[in-house]
Design a protein around this ligand. Structure first.
Ligand code: NAP
Length: 444
C-alpha cells in the first residue's frame, strides 16, 4: 500500500484525499490537521449564516470517513513546536501540503496597527469560533465601521457586522460573539473599493444578499458609479451583473433603517487617523480610472469615520519551515503540484489549494486543483512505493511526542457542541477555545 499524508483537512485536503483513494485502491491516506476539528475554512471561514455552503461539510465528512482515509487532528507540521517537514516526509511515501493561506496581506499605510484596526480574517476567525482567535472587543464603542476591500470576505464581514442577534441565533455562532453582536451600537458600515464597481471582486449572489438584510439599508453613491466609463454591456457576465445591482441601488432613495451599509468606490486608503488612542477615521485618496482597469490618484482626499476598521485585502500564504516558499506570491513553488526545490520537482512532496495557487476562487475551484496534484502523485507512485516507511505512522508520531486527535475525538467535539447548544436553547453552538475542544475530544 502507498501511504500518503495530506496536511490540512479543508476543501483542498479533502478533495486530494478523495482523488487519491478513488483513483487508486492501493492508497492509504492520513489527513493531518493542526486543529482537533476538520474542514478548514468551511468550518472557520464560511460565515455562520451561509448554512448552504457550510452544509458542504457533509460531503467532506464522507471523504474523511472513507475506509482508507484517517483523520489525525492536533498535529502541527513545519512550525517551531511542530513536527519537522523532513521527519513527516520519512513517515510516508508522499506528503501533500494543503495548508491554505493563513496570513493576511497588509496595506502598508500609516496607522494600520492602531487599536480598532484589524485584518478582516481576525474578525472572521472570532465569529467562526477559531480557537486561536482572541475576543479583541471588535465592536466595543463602535458606531461606524470601515471595511477596506470589495471581495467576498469584505461582504461577509460587512453582513455579519449588521446582522441582528435574532438572525444569528439559529446558527452555530459562538455565544460570546452572538452576545457582542447583539449588544453592538453600530449603525453604519462603509465598504470601500480602491477601483470601480466593474473591478469589484465580490460575486453577485453575495452582493445581492446585502440588499436583503432586515433593518438595513444599502446606499451607493451615483457619483462613484458615474466615474466608471465602462459600458456594462461590454463587461463579462459576473461584472456586468454586479454593476447592474449597484446601479439599481444607486437609483433608489435612502430609506429609514436602524443600520446602513454604504458602498463606496474609487477611494484608496492612505492613512488611518487616530482619535482618543484608537482609530477614529480612515483617510482615502480619490482615484480615477485609467484605461487598463487600474486607477491613478487625484490628490483629493476624503475621511470616513470609523472606530472599527477591517482590512479585507486578501489572504496570504505562510511559509512552512523546511518547505520552499515564494515570498512574492505567498505560495510554494511547484510544477503540476510537485514541490520544486531549487527549481527541480521533488518526488514525494506535493501541494494543492491556496498554498499552491494563491488565495483565489471558490471552494469548488479546489477540485480541479487537487485533481492535477493527485495525477502527478499517482504518476510518481511506483517509484515512491519503493521507500521503506513505518507500518503505522501514528506510533512514530507518538514517539515524536504528538498525540493525534482521532476521528472519534472529533465526533465527541460535535456531540459537545450539540449539548452546549441544547443548554443555551439553541441548535449546535461551536466551542471556541482550545481547552474546551481538547477536553471534549477526550470524552470516550
Ligand atoms: P479578494 O477577492 O482577492 O479581494 C480583495 C480585495 O482587496 C479586492 O477588492 C482588492 O482590490 C482589495 N485590495 C487589495 N489590496 C488593497 C489595498 N492595498 N488597498 C485597498 N484595497 C485593496 O480576496 P478575499 O475577499 O479575501 O477573498 C479570497 C477568496 O475567497 C476569493 O476567491 C473569494 O471569492 C473567496 N471567498 C468566497 C466566499 C463566498 O463564495 N461566499 C466568501 C469568502 C471568500 P483590487 O481588486 O483593486 O486589488
Amino acid at each position: 500500500m502507498l501511504r500518503v499524508a495530506v496536511v490540512g483537512s479543508g476543501p483542498s485536503g479533502c478533495y486530494t484525499a478523495q482523488g487519491l483513494v478513488q483513483r487508486d485502491p492501493g492508497v492509504l491516506v492520513d489527513v493531518l490537521d493542526r486543529l482537533p476539528c476538520p474542514y478548514g475554512l468551511v468550518r472557520y471561514g464560511v460565515a455562520p449564516d451561509h448554512e448552504k455552503i457550510k452544509s458542504l461539510q457533509g460531503s467532506l465528512r464522507t471523504v474523511l470517513e472513507h475506509e482508507r482515509v484517517r483523520f489525525l487532528g492536533g498535529v502541527r507540521v513545519g512550525c517551531p513546536d511542530g513536527l519537522p517537514v523532513e521527519r513527516l516526509r520519512r513517515l510516508y511515501h508522499a506528503v501533500v501540503y494543503c495548508v491554505g493561506a493563513a496570513g493576511d496581506r497588509r496595506l502598508g499605510i500609516p496607522g494600520e496597527d492602531l487599536p480598532g484596526s484589524f485584518p478582516a480574517t481576525e474578525f472572521v476567525s472570532w465569529y467562526s469560533a477559531h480557537p486561536d482567535a482572541a475576543d479583541a472587543g471588535f465592536l466595543r464603542g463602535v458606531r461606524s465601521a470601515v471595511v477596506i476591500g470589495v471581495g467576498n470576505v469584505a461582504v461577509d464581514a460587512t453582513r455579519m457586522l449588521v446582522r441582528g442577534a435574532a438572525e444569528l441565533r439559529g446558527t452555530d455562532i459562538p455565544q460570546a460573539a452572538l452576545d457582542a453582536l447583539a449588544a453592538s451600537g453600530l449603525t453604519e458600515v462603509y465598504m470601500v473599493g480602491r477601483r470601480g464597481p466593474a473591478q469589484a471582486r465580490f460575486t453577485t449572489k453575495e452582493l445581492r444578499e446585502l440588499g436583503a438584510l432586515p433593518g438595513t439599508d444599502v446606499t451607493v453613491e451615483k457619483d462613484d458609479l458615474a466615474l466608471d466609463p465602462a459600458d456594462p454591456g461590454t463587461l463579462p457576465a459576473g461584472q456586468r451583473r454586479n454593476v447592474e445591482v449597484l446601479r439599481d441601488w444607486a437609483a433608489r432613495s435612502a430609506v429609514a433603517a436602524a443600520r446602513r451599509i454604504r458602498l463606496r468606490f474609487f477611494l484608496r486608503p492612505v492613512e488611518l487617523l487616530e482619535a482618543g488612542g484608537r482609530v477614529g477615521a480612515v483617510r482615502f485618496e480619490r482615484t480615477a480610472p485609467d484605461d487598463r482597469g487600474g486607477v491613478t490618484g487625484t490628490g483629493r482626499y476624503e475621511d470616513l469615520p470609523a472606530q472599527l476598521v477591517l482590512r479585507s485585502v486578501g489572504y496570504r500564504g505562510v511559509p512552512l519551515e523546511g518547505l520552499p516558499f515564494d515570498a512574492v506570491s505567498g505560495t510554494v513553488p511547484h510544477r503540476e503540484g510537485r514541490v520544486l526545490r531549487d527549481g527541480v520537482p521533488v518526488p514525494g512532496e506535493y501541494v494543492a489549494g491556496w498554498i499552491k495557487r494563491g488565495p483565489t476562487g471558490v471552494i469548488g475551484t479546489n477540485r480541479p486543483c487537487a485533481k492535477e496534484t493527485v495525477t502527478s502523485l499517482l504518476a510518481d507512485a511506483p517509484a515512491l512505493a519503493r521507500a521503506d516507511v513505518p507500518a503505522d505512522p501514528v506510533a512514530a508520531l507518538r514517539a515524536a511526542g504528538v498525540e493525534p486527535v482521532p476521528w472519534r475525538g472529533w465526533l465527541a467535539i460535535e456531540r459537545a457542541e450539540a449539548e452546549l447548544g441544547a443548554r443555551l436553547g439553541r441548535g449546535v453552538v461551536k466551542l471556541s477555545d482550545w481547552d474546551a475542544l481538547l477536553a471534549a475530544a477526550r470524552v470516550p
